[in-house]
Design a protein around this ligand. Structure first.
Ligand code: AAO
Length: 512
């Protein structure tokens, strides 16, 4: 009996590692701050046709409205209730988006903010996205409802009530993270409210959750919550499918709380991935690309099956959170494309592509800090739609990295090589490397200050392939470079170090 229970519990939590992607699709994209109506359209017009597996959406629940004097992006990380009206749209728009994305096989993953409510200094009033009244000072959130007893104020042992020292696991879990009112997830009542919120979304058809600030919650409390989640909606998923869970735990080493404490509950965001890849592509600290022949676990990262990987996220692309200056973003476009290409070609982890809005690094008179700037907005503070230009890029300040040809084509590459082993590694003992994925795809990078000229074993069947970085296959031709693979699987590559994109990728579905 004991064994049976153990097997069942283990089975449920391992199931929460599966993103339940469909049609052989693999990569997910974070459409940060997009409106639900735009995401619905993007699923149909772009994500499904280009093989993206799913979307991480911004928090859909009611949140505080901060006017400082304009609205920062981070107001959505300050919940006021679990009503589903947010800066991205209404509940009916959310439902429409989930349905339409599911109908074209694109999964929706919700950013769930369940560690806390708004900041202790959030004031009192109806400055919230659905207009619900609350009083942060008195811990009153009648739209849930939560009140004083539902918070950890009594449990936290620091003088300020804030997290003062990340070296003390108790205060990291029981005290306030940057002033945010810390929910008592140990209490049955609070767990019930959080479970109801997540189950409502599951029943609407979402495929899982990015769970915010997991370092600040006890694994046992999370286990109690996750264990009560419904199976996914059987209109779109198999009846026994568990929600995909990926937990935000920043573990760069040096703190008592580690990612390991959470991996049995679901996947965990692997923050070492982007921090190290950024250092390598920038060639800082004498790092060289050829050191990555054992990329992944060999670099001290968590087990492949537990990792959710990314080059940058919505925090560290703008200096919030952790990762440091090495993080590559769209602002370093040339290196960024290579790093994202590397991630998408490499088998380690479930990969997430970032899709950003631009911000100005100038601190204007209107903005207090550049890294607080909210999404492209109208004069009344509402978020602007995402217009699509004739060349498929986005307008009005939406960066849409996921639509950049090199990134989009590498998301397709990842699908084509899915399940194939990392193979045919080659390097020049510096910053030129190449690797394949079985007999399905091959990629070559030149991040040295000199040209690459090499004949390499690709593992691919003989024939002519279109490079999907400089162009792609269209009709019976290539819009970019062509690579000829001999019947022995060998091909000659030449990549100038001053090329716009100094890497080449070929796969069997881009063969002429
Ligand atoms: C806003 C204002 C605050 C105000 C607050 C309440 O900015 O001034 O006090 O409202 O009124 C986002 C924004 C926050 C914002 C918040 C609420 O980023 O600025 O606060 O919304 O509106 C920690 C957490 C991690 C968290 C990260 C930002 O562990 O969970 O901070 N990320 C998530 C979300 C994020 C969101 C929240 C959580 C809150 O992704 O968008 O905040 O919902 C160390 C620790 C990390 C810690 C960082 C930063 O990192 O390890 O756990 O992350 O510090 O405090 C080296 C180390 C590395 C270390 C790093 C920085 O790299 O290796 O470990 O240095 O010291």
């Amino acid at each position: 009996m004991k064994l049976l229970i153990l097997v069942t519990v283990l089975g449920i939590s391992l199931a929460q590692h599966d993103p339940h992607t469909r049609h052989g699709r693999t990569a997910i994209v974070h459409l940060f701050e997009w409106r639900w109506a735009d995401i619905a359209a993007e699923c149909e017009r772009y994500l499904a046709p280009n093989g993206y597996a799913g979307v991480q959406i911004s928090p859909p629940n009611e949140h505080i409205i901060v006017t400082n004097p304009w609205r920062p992006w981070w107001e959505r990380y300050q919940p006021i209730s679990y009503n589903l009206c947010s800066r991205s749209g209404s509940e009916s728009e959310l439902r429409d988006m989930i349905t339409r994305c599911n109908n074209v096989g694109v999964n929706i993953y919700v950013d769930a903010v369940i560690n806390h409510m708004c900041g202790s200094g959030g004031g009192s009033g109806t400055h919230s996205s659905c207009g619900s009244w609350f009083n942060a000072g008195n811990r009153e959130f009648p739209s849930v409802p939560y009140s004083g007893a539902d918070f950890n104020d009594g449990k936290c042992k620091t003088g300020s009530g804030e997290i003062e020292n990340y070296g003390d696991a108790n205060q990291v879990r029981d005290c306030r993270l940057v002033g945010l009112l810390d929910l008592a997830l140990g209490n049955e009542y609070v767990r019930g409210k959080v479970v109801d919120y997540m189950n409502k979304l599951i029943d609407m058809g979402v495929a899982g959750f990015r769970v915010d600030a997991c370092k600040h919650m006890w694994p046992g409390d999370l286990s109690a919550v996750f264990g009560r989640l419904h199976n996914l909606n059987s209109n779109w998923f198999s009846g026994s499918a568990r929600p995909f869970i990926f937990q935000e735990v920043i573990d760069l080493g040096g703190e008592p709380i580690t990612a390991k404490e959470y991996v049995h509950l679901g996947r965990v965001t692997e923050f070492k991935y982007g921090a190290k890849l950024g250092t390598i592509f920038r060639k800082w600290n004498n790092e060289k690309l050829y050191y990555t022949s054992n990329w992944g676990e060999g670099w001290g990262m968590m087990a492949d099956g537990n990792a959710l990987v990314f080059v940058d996220n919505h925090d560290n692309q703008r200096g919030h959170g952790a990762g440091g200056a090495s993080i590559l973003t769209f602002k370093d476009a040339r290196l960024y494309k290579m790093a994202v290409g590397y991630m998408l070609a490499h088998p380690y982890g479930v990969a997430r592509v970032m899709s950003s809005f631009s911000w100005s690094s100038e601190v204007s008179s209107k903005s207090s800090r550049y890294n607080d700037q909210g999404p492209p907005s109208n004069g009344d503070g509402s978020t602007k739609p995402v217009p699509i230009n004739a060349d498929q890029t986005c307008g009005d300040g939406w960066v849409c990295e996921h639509r950049w040809r090199q990134i989009k084509n590498m998301a397709i590459f990842r699908n084509v090589v899915n399940g194939q082993p990392h193979s045919n590694w080659w390097d020049n003992q510096s910053n030129q490397v190449a690797f394949g994925r079985g007999n399905r795809g091959f990629i070559v990078f030149n991040n040295d200050d000199w040209n690459l000229d090499a004949t390499l074993n690709t593992g691919l069947p003989g024939g002519t392939y279109c490079d999907v970085i400089s162009g792609q296959k269209e009709g019976s031709g290539c819009t970019g470079k062509q690579i000829n693979v001999g019947s022995d699987g060998r091909a000659h590559f030449s990549i100038s170090n001053s090329a716009e994109d100094p890497f080449i990728a070929i796969h069997v579905e881009a063969k002429l």
